[in-house]
Design a protein around this ligand. Structure first.
Ligand code: BMA
Length: 827
């Protein structure tokens, strides 16, 4: 279909002012004002506070575009905007075309009568989100409470806008306005396709592909429908094999038409989550009249097994009949400034997730429904998505107007997204069920808020999901005990999904992870500081102190630094320099997540999922992320690559017993040699035992369970080294026998050399004594190491690769490299 592209440069001005600035669409007002030098970059210093006024002003976005007279006479023009953030009035040539107050659904509206031949203007006036939210709050019959954060715009729960825009415990308050995704004027000959979606249903003789096309027809009469499923073209550009096709002529009437047809596909290749197989994707082509849409599709079955058992109620994802241990993290938006999001950044973050052996991400309810490219990439990479609807940490209204807004949003999003094989489950919200008990008003008048809750989530969201996408699991809230179970899953590990925050929010020691075996832990986390290079990007030299105003500004959890410091005192000798403190903060975060995941994986199949909080950051900040805003991996991400490995040795001390478990997520059993050594901190082997073992497929096998009292070595002077070697596979894990601060670590002498060229650099490390949490930092040179935060042993050279994002000379890397290890952080 032809279209008039409205992306590119628009003009931005504050309503009532004359000054105009260029704004790039897709994009937002904050980014345009930064580019024009009108506000300082809100990510630097405490500049965020200087830009809060932007969210309290109305903004006008405008541009002109040409319209051809002949086309205007013959064709049907409609305006399309993927996402208008948030409350805007669209005017063409001075007349109001539509108004909208929900950034989570597209706008499509016929515009012929507003257009004229030649030059036309479009203006979108977007009201100050903070003011609209405030007005809405004043007209409520009773308060609808929300969580409070250090820097915040109030009542954003009353707006259908990315909830974390208004400030979060890891996010700045940037109440952006803008247009995202596609903005264009479509030019239709006879009709426009509004939605194409398809359900795959496994039958005894193959698969049924139930394809639905929803379109707006501008004519009464007959049109051609052609639905086909194509394989990918082969590399030589040969004929594209067609797996199934349906062609007909059908009568349509002006207005909305819905056509559903079923194609039968005998034996397509199956789509698998990452680590379990390939991700073959087919192309669905739907032609209706003169319009055409292409979508990619994958064939797989997915179920969520929530069955009552002797413990409580299970939560297990089953894909193509195979039970999957879900490993991953929570996804928040890629940037607080939408203009800075890009395909490249999604691609990198999602590749980094897969590189850390993740197979699932949770699209968290305080963020947004992501653009198509995000889901396409998840399909390609085999990343399953736990998908929340966008409600989080607050109560929400159930007024008629609000429910109508949500109804349109849910129908739009489910129709847009249901075709993606990556989407594993729809979940009503993040923590809104729990939030019923968080606020004085809701505790005092629970029935009122409970009725509102039920109207919104079960009455609207669930109803529409079940109607449009009956094949996918509906999960009422995260956390929750499962279908029809509305129990508190913060402290109940027996049922459904759990958010386990006793470590961190209740400041319990990491060992508290061993007190619970969640059936599926969809949130647990621990904060760390971002790298020194990241900190230097927002803080001047005079602010390089933990409690300086700028560093504290980039910590949004009111007790955050206290918890980090208290924990450090619990486990580590206190680091002397700021850069060592930052390093140790990352070591302890990695240690916390490793302890949780290694324990829970060893409890398979009782526990069948662990998604830590959180994968990424929206700006430079101290947070729970494993990848800092710059894209640099924190030490947790390197640790995750190991502790999420399909084959892994879990080592831990629980109730004064040293335990080693062999975890094998693969189908086939693995036989090999298990070596257990006790070594002193100078590298002397005190005891060594080898045994032949077999790790069953899709299971955790106990390899050692010995009381600490039976270990005849001093805990402060000894550590355990566990290794498993099977054909072509080698795994290793180490365990200190007491808290690191009590260990009598030796001072190692580490030699480091860089070789190679271009993007292929190697770093060779040698040590004379065991060194713990050995970490390389590449400073300002962006890139990823093949491994980091590991134990380095004497007697063996260790070679690492550095994958530079841009080519860099070995000498340059050598100069930038900083080596850390635990013993270096104190005298
Ligand atoms: C949760 C999340 C977020 C929050 C995080 C850290 O429970 O759902 O709302 O940012 O904890 O406090």
């Amino acid at each position: 279909m032809m279209k008039i592209n409205l992306e590119g440069e628009w003009k931005l001005k504050q309503a009532g002012c004359d000054n105009e600035f260029p704004v790039l669409i897709p994009g937002d007002n904050f980014s345009a004002l930064i580019d024009a030098g009108k506000i300082p970059h809100p990510y630097n210093g405490r500049n965020e506070l200087l830009s809060l006024w932007v969210g309290r002003a109305d903004w006008s976005f405008s541009r002109s575009f040409p319209v051809d007279q002949k086309m205007l006479e013959k064709m049907f023009f409609y305006l399309h905007i993927d996402s208008l953030d948030t409350c805007g009035e669209v005017r063409i040539n001075g007349s109001t075309v539509t108004t909208s107050c929900n950034m989570f659904r597209a706008i499509r509206v016929d515009v012929n009568r507003f257009l004229k031949p030649g030059k036309n203007t479009i203006e979108i006036v977007i009201r100050a989100p903070e003011n609209v939210a405030k007005e809405r709050s004043l007209s409520l019959p009773y308060e609808i409470p929300h969580t409070l954060y250090p820097v915040q715009s109030m009542h954003s729960n009353l707006l259908r806008k990315t909830q974390c825009n208004s400030g979060w415990d890891w996010g700045p308050c940037l109440m952006v306005s803008g247009l995202y995704g596609k903005t264009c004027i479509g030019v239709a000959e006879d009709l426009r396709l509004d939605h194409v979606y398809a359900e795959t249903v496994l039958r005894s003789d193959g698969w049924d592909l139930r394809v639905t096309a929803e379109f707006t027809s501008y004519i009464d009469g007959a049109i051609g429908i052609d639905i086909s499923l194509q394989d990918l073209p082969d590399e030589n550009g040969g004929e594209v094999p067609v797996l199934g096709q349906f062609k007909e002529s059908t009568r349509v009437t002006q207005g909305t038409n819905i056509v559903t047809r079923t194609l039968h596909v005998d034996s397509p290749r199956l789509w698998w989550p990452a680590g379990y197989g390939e991700q073959p994707l087919y192309t669905l082509v739907v032609k209706a009249g003169s319009d055409e849409t292409r979508k990619r599709i994958g064939f797989r079955t997915i179920e969520v097994i929530a069955e009552d058992d002797e413990i409580g109620r299970s939560m297990t994802f089953r894909v193509n009949g195979k039970e999957i241990f879900c490993k991953g993290a929570n996804w928040i938006p890629a940037d607080a400034l939408p203009a800075l999001e890009s395909r490249q950044r999604f691609e990198r973050l999602l590749s980094d997730a897969v590189a850390a052996n993740m197979n699932m991400l949770r699209v968290w309810g305080g963020g947004k429904y992501e653009p198509d490219v995000f889901y396409d990439l998840c399909d390609e990479k085999g990343i399953l998505l736990w998908h929340d609807f966008m409600f989080s940490c607050a109560l929400y209204p159930a007024s008629e107007g609000f429910l109508r807004e949500v109804e349109e949003e849910v129908a739009y999003q489910v129709k847009r997204l249901l075709i993606h094989p990556c989407i594993a489950l729809w979940c009503g919200n993040n923590e809104c069920l729990g939030a019923l008990t968080w606020f004085e008003v809701s505790k005092a008048n629970r029935d009122r808020y409970l009725v509102d809750y039920d109207r919104l989530y079960e009455g609207v969201v669930a109803r529409i999901v079940k109607e449009i996408d009956p094949g996918r699991t509906w999960w009422s809230s995260s956390p929750s005990g499962g279908p029809s179970d509305y129990s508190d899953c913060w402290h109940n590990d027996a049922r459904g999904d759990m958010h386990y925050w006793s470590v961190w929010h209740e400041a319990k020691p990491f060992e508290a992870y061993y007190d619970v075996t969640p059936r599926f832990c969809s949130e647990f986390g621990f904060q760390s500081f971002p790298s020194m290079a990241m900190i230097r990007s927002f803080a001047n030299e005079d602010q390089l102190n933990l409690t300086s105003p700028v560093l504290e500004h980039h910590q949004r959890h009111p007790l955050g630094n206290m918890i980090i410091i208290t924990t450090m005192c619990r486990y580590f000798r206190f680091p002397e320099k700021l850069e060592h403190f930052i390093y140790v903060s990352q070591v302890q975060q990695a240690m916390a997540m490793r302890m949780a995941v290694e324990y829970w994986r060893s409890r398979r199949p009782v526990c069948m999922g662990a998604l830590y909080w959180q994968l990424n950051d929206v700006w430079p900040v101290v947070s729970w992320s494993s990848i800092e805003y710059s894209g640099t991996w924190k030490l947790l991400h390197y640790a995750a690559k190991r502790f999420f490995d399909p084959v892994h040795l879990s080592v831990y001390i629980k109730e004064d017993h040293v335990q080693v478990w062999g975890i094998n997520d693969r189908d086939e059993a693995l036989s090999g040699t298990f070596t257990l050594e006790f070594m002193d901190f100078r590298g002397k082997v005190l005891d060594k035992k080898e045994s032949a073992i077999r790790l069953g497929g899709e299971a955790a096998t106990e390899l050692l369970n010995r009381p600490l009292s039976e270990i005849p070595f001093e805990r402060e002077k000894t550590f355990l080294r566990a290794r498993f070697i099977s054909s072509g596979l080698e795994r290793e894990n180490n365990l200190l026998l007491t808290v690191p601060k009590a260990c009598d670590l030796a001072v190692p002498d580490i030699d480091i050399r860089v070789t190679g060229s271009g993007g292929e650099l190697e770093i060779v490390l040698k040590t004379d004594k065991p060194a713990f949490y050995v970490t390389l930092s590449s400073g300002n040179i962006p890139g990823v190491f093949s491994d980091n935060c590991f134990t380095l042993f004497p007697g063996k050279v260790r070679t690492l690769q550095f994958f530079a994002r841009e080519s860099v000379a070995p000498a340059e890397l050598e100069k930038a490299l900083v080596l850390y290890h635990l013993r270096k952080t104190y005298r």
